[in-house]
Design a protein around this ligand. Structure first.
Ligand SMILES: Nc1nc2c(ncn2[C@@H]2O[C@H](COP(=O)(O)OP(=O)(O)OP(=O)(O)O)[C@@H](O)[C@H]2O)c(=O)[nH]1
Ligand SMILES: [Zn+2]
Length: 353
């Protein structure tokens, strides 16, 4: 099986609760995602009850388990030694922060050196790509339905293989003269879209990178500013000479809809958007704007005026070879439900608001 094919099978296997073997340069591990495990699957994976637990460093730090190890840097995995009381429900409470405030953690748990850290970090990435909580049972010599290399996991949503799949005229409310362009990547199910508004005239287009937000874009959620930003961007581009809106399938800043809704449930308990992501075990922002740069390049644009308050978007495009000749602020009026969210973006993620 080719490596990329194995990566696709591995994603599917994790979601179905099947074990996966991950081969890193530093060793091979077998993992079973805690979120999709049940007693039967766990017994089949680990008859001897020897499997440890892998958590992200952010989740481990939240549980005060990472400070026992110096490896607690973002993106790395922390390995928790199996203990007699570490059964499936206990593992679920390590993995899922939903009950952190309601149930005291069992224990004591002990962090041990992470075997094959590259493979372990790849497992965390695979969980994010599958939209699952980044937490696993792990065995050094375990069996799995698929064996995938850590390198293939790293390439899973790499933009290099993105191509234009279809394009058509699409009159929209904000601009009758628009064309929609859809992009596909053979290695990734996400179908990104560009709306080209007006006609290229040789000047740098006004560009908006919009990350998918089902709740804001479709349902009119007041918790964020996505819906108003989307519609304002379409109108601003329509009022400019010409421009492009990229609709990036990066729901929840790249953690997926279900995990974003878990973050919302934590926000209902009082955590802000940054702490909620970290408690779940994810980076604060899991997006890679290289995909946006690739889309612009395929559309023949290497210089843009960018509508954003987020310096990471400017840096991400520039790093991937697209020059941002101007940043155009894209600030929306706050409402009582999103004021704290916008303040957090300003105070904790460097947004220029
Ligand atoms: N994980 C998580 N994602 C969220 C939350 N609120 C909104 N999002 C997601 O954040 C993304 C919104 O990002 P953008 O509109 O691109 O905004 P931005 O990064 O703040 O940058 P600019 O608007 O360009 O300044 C969407 O994918 C939303 O689904 C949250 O509380 N948690
Ligand atoms: Zn939103």
């Amino acid at each position: 099986m080719s490596d990329l094919r194995a990566a696709a099978h591995a994603l599917d296997a994790l979601r179905r609760g099947w074990p996966v073997r991950i081969a890193g340069a530093d060793g091979t591990i077998a993992v079973l995602a805690i979120e999709t495990a049940d007693d039967t699957r766990l017994a089949a994976f680990d008859a001897a009850g020897k499997a440890d637990v892998l958590l992200s460093s952010g989740r481990a730090a939240t549980l005060k388990l990472a400070n026992q190890r110096d490896a607690a840097t973002p993106g790395t995995a922390v390995r928790i030694e199996r203990a007699p009381w570490l059964d499936l429900p206990a593992a679920v409470s390590l993995a899922d922060p939903a009950l952190d405030l309601a149930t005291p953690l069992k224990g004591p748990y002990r962090a041990v050196p992470t075997f094959a850290p590259q493979a372990a970090a790849a497992a965390l990435r695979l969980a994010r790509l599958a939209g699952l909580l980044p937490a696993f049972f792990v065995l050094d010599d375990g069996a799995g339905d698929v064996t995938v290399s850590a390198d293939a996991i790293a390439e899973q949503d790499a933009p290099a293989r993105l191509v234009i799949a279809a394009r058509a005229r699409l009159p929209v409310e904000a601009a009758e003269h628009s064309e929609i362009v859809a992009f596909r990547n053979a290695d990734d199910a996400a179908e990104h879209v560009a709306l080209v508004i007006g006609s290229p005239d040789g000047t740098p287009p006004l560009v908006r990178l919009h990350s998918e937000c089902l709740t804001g874009d479709v349902l009119g959620s007041l918790k964020c500013d996505c819906g108003p930003q989307l519609h304002a961007a379409l109108h601003e581009i329509a009022d400019s000479a010409w421009g492009i809106l990229l609709y990036l399938r990066q729901e929840g800043r790249g953690i997926g809809l279900v995990n974003k809704l878990r973050a919302y449930a934590l926000q209902d308990q009082g955590y802000d958007t940054v702490d909620a992501n970290v408690r779940l075990g994810f980076d604060i922002d899991a997006r890679d704007f290289g995909v946006a740069a690739r889309m612009l390049t395929l559309l023949g644009q290497d210089k843009v005026r960018l509508l954003t308050n987020n310096p990471a978007k400017v840096a991400g495009l520039e790093a991937a070879g697209v020059t941002v000749v101007e940043r155009v602020a894209h600030k929306m009026e706050a409402n009582p439900h999103n004021r704290a969210y916008l303040d957090t973006k300003r105070d904790r993620t460097g947004h220029q608001l």
